[in-house]
Design a protein around this ligand. Structure first.
Ligand SMILES: [Zn+2]
Ligand SMILES: [Zn+2]
Length: 231
């Protein structure tokens, strides 16, 4: 079985999926000469770093976590440089059952040992994000936007010139989670509304398919806001 599925999105952008379970997160890799930017690290069930090196060659990898949930931070330990928003920092430094894989797979044989998976999440990022930071990788200049709601420290990465948004779990085509232990529905709606004002042609979503075209993305944002406001 293929463990990772790597799809080319555009020049120097790749989507990486762990073929572990159906609702796996999308991880994104941006390639530049000097370093790779990796957005999210998956569950950590398999060796992602090795896969990236084998596929793209060795280089420095900077990992940015969109937020602190198990499917986005599980592989953090494999990487030397990582960054997360201050409000989700505790998910890494003091992981609890709620943000481990075992929360998801409590009934499966795969990862039932809570203590093990909690321990395996524990890591210390090198950089704390507050929102407003900028990171240049190849032709992209991403601004870090604090877009809380799904979790307190959820961030998105936005490149204004290329109209590209990496949205993490704030926005994707599928059921959105606004009622997890640390979610805040009202913040979530605010985050979606402020994101809706931006021009986005490429939505690199945290789950499911990548969405292209401003109109499709606006439609999805409207749908998400409606869904949250109705509940
Ligand atoms: Zn997720
Ligand atoms: Zn999440």
């Amino acid at each position: 079985m293929e463990k990772f599925k790597i799809t080319k999105v555009k020049n120097n952008i790749f989507k990486i999926e762990e073929m572990l379970y159906k609702e796996h997160a999308n991880l994104y890799l941006f390639i530049s000469d000097n370093f790779y930017l990796l957005v999210d690290s998956g569950t950590g069930f398999w060796n992602l770093k090795e896969k990236i090196y084998k596929t793209f060659g060795n280089n420095t990898i900077l990992l940015i976590n969109t937020h602190g949930h198990y499917d986005h931070i599980g592989g953090n330990k494999q990487f030397s440089f990582s960054a997360i928003h201050e409000n989700d920092l505790k998910s890494l430094t003091n992981p609890t059952k709620e943000n481990t894989v075992s929360f998801k797979f409590s009934k499966s044989d795969m990862l039932t040992n809570n203590n093990e998976s909690i321990k395996s999440l524990k890591s210390a990022p090198n950089m704390i994000l507050h929102g407003g930071e900028k990171i240049a990788v190849g032709k992209f200049i991403f601004k870090i936007l604090h877009t809380p709601g799904h979790s307190p420290g959820s961030i998105s990465l936005y490149d204004e010139k290329n109209k590209t948004l990496v949205s993490g779990d704030m926005l994707y085509n599928g059921k959105l989670y606004y009622n997890l232990p640390k979610s805040d529905k009202f913040q979530y709606i605010e985050s979606l509304k402020s994101t809706k004002k931006m021009k986005v042609q490429t939505l690199l979503a945290g789950h499911n398919e990548i969405i292209l075209g401003e109109e499709n993305i606006q439609k999805l944002m409207n749908k998400a806001i409606f869904e949250l406001e109705e509940h």
